[in-house]
Design a protein around this ligand. Structure first.
Ligand code: PXP
Length: 237
């Protein structure tokens, strides 16, 4: 079964809006796991507007499933991740002021850059993933970077799902087949929600993990986090 990793950045954003420690991000992470999430994802950004770097170690100590830390691999980010040693790191090519991740790696152009970074994480025993658009050539080059996984950037799928879901999924099916043939694990994320997740999971064989934040936390406002996690897990069955 595809694992659900809950991205809790939005919970930190809510906390930061008031200062202080409500809602408690660590407790929220532990509760997500208690309600069935198989992973917790955080994406610290240089301005720390959501998850703060100081949240990472307490989260590492509390998360029992898989802690996935995402981010642009600046030297600062690399050193913190090497220090914390999460189960997985996902490298994302986002600019420091990006509102949210808005592109995958060009692995043809950045193959050597990624390779040199990935080797450092692998030597530390941290599983690596790189955020990537569903483009066959880029998936093939992803393997050359030495990464364990690719995370397919699903915004285009989500945008086109309501127009023509068969067409929307085409590139992802191809990309996933290529990734699997090249021995890469397959993660996916961005704009996945209760409407489009089931079809994505059904059509992408070997989908290992999805990381979902925005829609899941918004759904939790209506259904509560326990119900919401159950509803997402249901889509992945
Ligand atoms: N994957 C990556 C690399 C991301 O940056 C994000 C958003 O922080 C997600 C997945 C999750 O996207 P969403 O919040 O739209 O579910």
């Amino acid at each position: 079964m595809t694992r659900l990793s809950v991205n809790i950045n939005k919970v930190a954003t809510l906390r930061n809006a008031r200062g202080g420690s409500i809602p408690d991000v660590q407790r929220f992470a532990a509760d997500c796991e208690r309600y069935g999430a198989q992973g917790i994802t955080v994406h610290p950004r240089p301005d720390e507007r959501h998850i703060k770097y100081s949240d990472l170690l307490p989260l590492k100590n509390i998360v029992q499933t898989e802690l996935n830390i995402e981010g642009y691999p600046s030297e600062h980010f690399i050193n913190i991740v090497l220090d914390i040693k999460p189960h997985q790191v996902t490298l994302v090519p986002d600019a420091p002021d990006a509102i949210t991740s808005n592109a995958g790696w060009n692995t043809v152009e950045h193959q050597h850059f990624l390779h040199d970074i990935i080797i450092r994480f692998k030597n530390a025993g941290i599983r690596t993933s790189i955020f990537i658009d569903p483009i066959t050539e880029r998936i093939v080059h992803a393997q050359q970077t030495g990464t364990d996984c690719v995370e397919l950037y699903t915004e285009a799928y989500a945008v086109n799902y309501s127009i023509n879901r068969e067409k929307a999924i085409e590139n992802y099916v191809q990309a996933a087949a290529t990734a699997h043939a090249h021995g890469l694990f397959i993660n996916a994320g961005h704009d996945l929600n209760l409407e489009n997740l089931k079809f994505f999971n059904e059509r992408i064989p070997h989908l290992d993990e999805v990381s979902i934040g925005h829609a899941l936390i918004c759904d939790a406002l209506y259904y509560g986090i326990e119900n919401t996690i159950q509803m997402y897990l249901q889509q992945l069955k």
